[in-house]
Design a protein around this ligand. Structure first.
Ligand SMILES: [Zn+2]
Length: 155
C-alpha cells in the first residue's frame, strides 16, 4: 500500500513552465523586424530634431560672433564677454555633439541597424529608444560606458 502523504508535492510547482495557451514563444525580435511605421516615426522625430539643432548651432555661432564684436571697455566687461563666449561655445558644442548623434542615428536607420546597441548588438529597450532615439547603447553598455568600463569603439 502506498502512503500518498509521503509523495513530494510537485503538482503545483509547474509555474515557470506554465503555458498561456497561445503557443507563441515570447521571442525577442531583433530590430530588422522593427515595424516600418515605428521606424518611420523615429525617422521623422530625428529629422525634426536635426533641423532644430542645425538652426540652433548656426544661431549660436552668430551670437558668438556678435559677442566678439562688442569689444569690452574694462576688465569686468571683458570677463563677462569671455564668459558669455565660453558659455555659448560649450552650449553650441553640446548641440553640435547631439546633432552628430542625431545624424548617426539617421544613418543607422538607412543602414537598418537602428535600435541595436553598437557595442553588444542587443536590441535597445523600446522605452529608452523612445526617450532618447539617438542613443547608441543599450542600458547595460551605457552604464558600463559611464563607469569607464567600456571602450567607446564599436564592435
Ligand atoms: Zn549593449
Amino acid at each position: 500500500m502506498v502512503d500518498a502523504s509521503h509523495l513530494p508535492r510537485l503538482s503545483f510547482s509547474f509555474g515557470p513552465y506554465h503555458r498561456d495557451g497561445s503557443g507563441e514563444p515570447s521571442l525577442n525580435f531583433r530590430s530588422e523586424t522593427m515595424d516600418k511605421k515605428k521606424l518611420e516615426a523615429f525617422k521623422k522625430r530625428l529629422e525634426t530634431r536635426q533641423q532644430d539643432l542645425r538652426r540652433t548651432v548656426s544661431r549660436t555661432q552668430a551670437d558668438g560672433r556678435s559677442a566678439d564684436e562688442d569689444t569690452a571697455q574694462d576688465i569686468a566687461d571683458r570677463a563677462a564677454s569671455s564668459y558669455t563666449k565660453e558659455f555659448l561655445f560649450s552650449q553650441s558644442n553640446n548641440e553640435r555633439l547631439l546633432l552628430q548623434m542625431v545624424e548617426r542615428a539617421l544613418a543607422r536607420i538607412r543602414e537598418g541597424s537602428f535600435g541595436e546597441c553598437i557595442h553588444c548588438g542587443k536590441e535597445i529597450n523600446a522605452k529608452r529608444l523612445e526617450a532618447v532615439p539617438w542613443t547608441r547603447h543599450c542600458i547595460e553598455c551605457q552604464e558600463k560606458l559611464e563607469q569607464g568600463l567600456l571602450e567607446e569603439a564599436p564592435r
